[in-house]
Design a protein around this ligand. Structure first.
Ligand SMILES: [Zn+2]
Length: 66
């Protein structure tokens, strides 16, 4: 018997690391996916899925340093 109390119909949510707002993830999100915080607009990368962990997506730097 599976005893995990997870409602599979519930939306998955995680906290924005930038502003602390709740970010709603769709059902089939994957590790490495980039989602936008609808509150502050920062891009967040999914680092883990159970439970969902978000971190700031690496910004694309033009100068990689030579
Ligand atoms: Zn945010």
């Amino acid at each position: 018997m599976v005893s995990r109390q997870i409602d599979e119909h519930a939306m998955t949510e995680a906290d924005c690391v930038e502003c602390g707002a709740t970010v709603t993830l769709h059902d089939d999100y994957e590790i490495g996916e980039i989602v936008d915080c609808t509150t502050c607009g920062v891009e967040l990368e999914v680092l883990d899925t159970e439970p969902p962990v978000l971190d700031r997506a690496p910004e694309l730097e033009e100068d990689w340093g030579e």
